[in-house]
Design a protein around this ligand. Structure first.
Ligand code: ATP
Ligand code: MG
Length: 422
């Protein structure tokens, strides 16, 4: 019988790689903690209407990437393609935005039916961060400083670069949109098919078309920057100012528009050239209209999401993180298994934060020492019949040229701690 395989674009995270993910998640949780963000968790499945309303009917995600199906009741459900809509839904449902601000983060799988390739999957994972109730550019600036701190912690500051743009108010965007459409209409025949389709549904998205000829047509197109309202311009200037003062390099990219409809004013991406076409590691911006669009009271909001797979690829490319290693390996004779179990427990109690591996599954001493060596442990605790009778363990130094030592069970924890600290 043929074996069942995983679904294309939905990867297993194997044990030899999981520590990299744990490292990313732990650093992110620490940094987010230090800025006062708290974790929120919401379901992976939501009503389809949530994403249609939040992300926009004519976006790539809603048009062709969602995993949507009817459940047994005939309700239309969708595997979440992103977290912001879910986060707003949860906040509204539980009154979290009523007369209060919120700084929240979440992490988990997202689902999009895209063509799988390196750094682009159908089940991928994001860490998302959202702040609600803050209208000013201070939160935009703080969140960008937060992301810059993350890259420093990961040692990726030299690998990623910040691109910024302002989309202005929705009124400013509407005026610009009309100007852009009337310019592009003159070139309808020369536009690529996707852009032609978007000309009247989502013309701003044409700006980040990857098609060379379309980019050429755009050279002389009206610029969004020239249509910004005063408020958005002041907001953006202050943000750029803070970043400059904080020493965070950035580039204003007037073509940066983002693929989701709900953004306004500030948008940004942290990009890298190290991942081929999948260059965006982290992206976000301001979405002041979304809460109201989903039925809540008008609430300013700012947020971003970063892709864990792409981060893990970047970390691997720069040498990766060393995997976990054992500290102590307990080698036991068959007749000493019970004593070994108890002694290993005692060591774990006496040595918090260290990895104590007990040899399980038997084997000759020779084989057990091979396993001890592979585990990376510095110390082996050896238990034979004689040791158990005398209540004294033999400690061997696996990485140093040193005589083995006999250590009474009662003081073994203290002895091992001293050796591991040395
Ligand atoms: P892209 O331009 O690469 O398609 P996007 O604009 O669709 O990205 P967002 O929806 O803003 O991406 O998601 C934020 C981040 O999540 C991206 O910057 C990326 O790191 C990650 N991401 C998005 N889609 C995928 C995917 N299919 N596979 C892996 N990571 C992804
Ligand atoms: Mg995409």
């Amino acid at each position: 019988m043929s074996k069942i395989q995983s679904i294309r674009g939905m990867n297993d995270l194997l044990p030899q790689d999981s520590h990299v993910w744990q490292y990313i998640e732990a650093i992110a949780a620490d940094v987010l903690d230090s800025y006062g963000y708290r974790e929120i968790r919401f379901p992976i499945l939501e009503q389809t209407a949530l994403f249609k309303r939040a992300i926009g009917e004519v976006t790539d995600i809603v048009e062709k990437e969602m995993y949507t199906f009817e459940d047994r009741n005939g309700d239309s459900l969708t595997l979440r393609p992103e977290g912001t809509a879910c986060c707003v839904r949860a906040c509204e449902q539980h009154g979290l935005l009523y007369n209060q601000t919120q700084k929240l983060w979440y992490a988990g799988p997202m689902f999009r039916h895209e063509r799988p390739q390196k750094g682009r999957l159908r089940q991928f994972h994001q860490i998302g961060v959202e702040a609600f109730g803050f209208p000013g550019p201070d939160i935009d600036a703080e969140m960008l400083l937060l992301t810059a701190r993350l890259w420093r912690e990961f040692g990726l500051s030299e690998t990623v670069a910040l691109q910024l743009n302002s989309l202005g108010s929705s009124a400013a965007r509407a005026t610009y949109r009309a100007a852009l459409v009337s310019y592009l209409e003159k070139f309808t025949a020369e536009l690529d098919e996707d852009s032609r389709r978007r000309l009247h549904s989502n013309p701003l998205r044409i700006l980040d078309s990857k098609v060379e000829q379309t980019q050429q047509i755009l050279q002389a197109a009206p610029q969004l920057q020239d249509y910004l309202d005063d408020e958005s311009r002041r907001h953006f200037d202050l943000l750029c100012n803070v970043l400059a003062q904080a020493g965070v390099p950035f580039e204003v990219n007037p073509r940066l528009v983002r693929g989701l409809d709900y953004y306004n004013a500030t948008v940004f991406e942290w990009v890298t050239s190290a991942l081929g076409a999948q260059g965006t590691v982290c992206a976000g911006g301001r979405f002041d209209g979304l809460v109201e669009q989903l039925g809540g009271r008008p609430t300013p909001a700012f947020g971003f999401a970063m892709g864990i797979e792409r981060l893990a690829l970047l970390l691997a490319a720069q040498g990766g993180q060393p995997g976990p290693v054992a500290d102590v390996y307990v080698v036991v004779a068959e007749s000493a298994v019970a004593a070994g179990l108890l002694l290993a427990e005692q060591c774990r109690h006496d040595l918090p934060g260290t990895v104590v591996l007990l040899n399980t599954g038997g084997g000759s001493f020779k084989n057990q020492f091979k396993r001890a060596d592979r585990s990376g442990a510095r110390l082996a605790v050896v238990l034979g019949e004689d040791e158990v009778a005398a209540q004294v363990a033999t400690v061997k130094f696996l990485r140093d040229e040193r005589e083995q030592q006999s250590v009474p069970f009662a003081t073994l924890g203290a002895f091992l701690r001293q050796q591991l600290l040395a």
